[in-house]
Design a binder for this molecule. Structure first.
Ligand code: 6PG
Length: 243
């Protein structure tokens, strides 16, 4: 089931998403003693992180039970300005008491294929090698080309059905990226897209209301098998959808 939640501003979106994440964390900790979340990169999550790092939400999370992962990462060192890990560290992780061993960083500093294999091994260790990578929450953004995580239009990783993590060559960016694969994201118990800004409106309408063409619009691949999919968008991004 796909839910669309529209908020008046990007900050209202971020606040609601933060509250939603806290509720999911409470439920996961009650049920299984831990909460696993795959963070998104890009700029939209900054506001979400700020709400989580501030009171009252900061104290409302049992950070000792939280495990943080990433949905994708740039192939750069962890202190690089483009690093999704660095963004999350600066806006959230440095401000909450999460044990260092529960921050599962994608090793962007390694050669891409080696990095993807290493991260998959870390996921298999966490979720159980024979199990499935069932994140309690996968946070995603959507690019203005319809990509999500580092699953870009027309790239090889879109076709990956066995691996949990892929090294993906992105021609348009002339760079390698690390990304969870479509099957891995679709194993999540909850998937939340955060989409803000008028620049996303046309693409969001295509993704949500247009024909199913996921190779061109990879966000359309995201259909949780046994999970809940929710889109948290601001009015600017939703203008094309509501019309
Ligand atoms: C990344 C992200 C990417 C991002 C979208 C939206 O590493 O860049 O994972 O998928 O979520 O590009 O980015 P914005 O939030 O900056 O619009």
């Amino acid at each position: 089931m796909t839910e669309l939640h529209v908020f008046p501003t990007a900050d209202a979106l971020a606040e609601a998403a933060a509250e939603y994440m806290v509720q999911l964390a409470h439920a996961a900790v009650m049920e299984q003693g831990r909460f696993s979340v795959a963070l998104s990169g890009g700029s939209t999550p900054r506001a979400l992180h700020a709400h989580l790092a501030a009171e009252p939400l900061r104290s409302d999370v049992d950070w000792g039970r939280v495990h943080v992962f990433w949905g994708d990462e740039r192939c750069v060192p962890p202190d690089h300005p483009d690093s999704n890990y660095r963004m999350a560290r600066e806006t959230l992780l440095d401000h909450v008491p999460i044990p260092a061993g529960q921050v599962h960083r994608m090793p962007g500093e390694l050669p891409p294929t080696e990095a993807a294999a290493a991260y998959e091994a870390e996921l298999r260790s966490f979720f159980g090698a024979a199990g499935e990578p069932r994140f309690d929450l996968a946070l995603l953004g959507m690019g203005d080309d319809g990509h999500t995580a580092s699953l870009f239009p027309g790239t090889a990783a879109l076709a990956e059905t066995e691996r949990w993590v892929a090294a993906n060559w992105v021609e348009k960016l002339n760079t390698w990226r690390l990304t969870l694969t479509v099957p891995t994201i679709n194993q999540a118990a909850n998937v939340v897209f955060l989409v803000a800004g008028a620049g996303k409106a046309d693409r969001l309408r295509e993704v949500l209301r247009g024909p199913y063409q996921p190779t061109a619009l990879p966000s359309q691949f995201i259909r949780p098998i046994a999970g809940r999919l929710a889109w948290f968008v601001d009015m600017a991004a939703a203008s094309g959808v509501e019309s």
